[in-house]
Design a protein around this ligand. Structure first.
Ligand code: TMP
Length: 203
């Protein structure tokens, strides 16, 4: 019987996260497997409105305002997630780890507060598995330089993304059975195969 997991994809800007999600989405479509895909912030009409607000280049919010808006955007996804939980495979492009990595490890906001507010809105919902895409410092700098400044969160300095990635890695290392760290410095095709094989096992 299918396990219908919640699978999350995390990683800093330019880590290759979006590429691998696309590959998995295509793989599931080809296999005619029913799934739900959400991105955060965003994912549904209400949450996308909040996304625009947070990420607009014209926005100048305080870090705590950003945190509360990311949580608000997430909360707009919870009923959709609950409705589909264990009924469909759920793929999410960024989730609670992004809040911890960016708002706590990157911006220094309180870890306990973030954990508590996530717990409050998640109401028992649990992520089954996370793919964390990581890049070396050298490639991080190269890839970040190449990126167009698409939104407000594409514009931080390299040091910020270094702290964020370190935070992601710390979380992954605490629960090694629940994470797979994708070494995005390696050949992209071999990573695609690795990820698809893990997904096959997970579903
Ligand atoms: P994206 O461009 O991958 O969709 O991500 C949007 C940005 O939002 C990205 O820079 C990470 C950031 N983010 C946070 O800072 N906290 C969060 O909780 C989430 C979900 C995203």
């Amino acid at each position: 019987m299918s396990k219908k997991p919640i699978i999350v994809f995390e990683g800093i800007e330019g880590s290759g996260k979006s590429h691998h999600i696309k590959k998995i989405v295509n793989f599931l479509k080809k296999k005619k497997v029913d799934f739900l895909f959400l991105r955060e912030p965003g994912g549904n009409a209400n949450s996308e409105k909040i996304r625009k607000l947070i990420l607009s280049k014209k926005t100048k919010f305080q870090p705590k305002t950003d945190l509360l808006l990311y949580i608000a955007a997430r909360n707009e996804n919870i009923s959709i997630l609950k409705k589909n939980y264990k009924k469909k495979i759920i793929l999410i492009d960024r989730f609670i780890d992004s809040t911890l990595a960016y708002q706590h490890y990157g911006m220094g906001l309180d870890l306990n507060f973030i954990n508590n507010v996530n717990k409050f809105i998640l109401d028992g919902l649990k992520v089954d598995f996370t793919f964390l895409n990581v890049v070396s410092e050298k490639n991080m700098i190269k890839r970040l330089r190449k990126r167009k400044k698409l939104n407000r969160y594409d514009k931080f300095d390299n040091n910020f993304y270094k702290k964020v990635q370190k935070g992601f890695i710390k979380m992954a290392q605490k629960k090694p059975k629940k994470y797979f760290i994708v070494n995005s410095n390696l050949e992209i095709k071999s990573n695609e195969k690795l990820i698809i094989n893990i997904v096959k096992d997970l579903i």
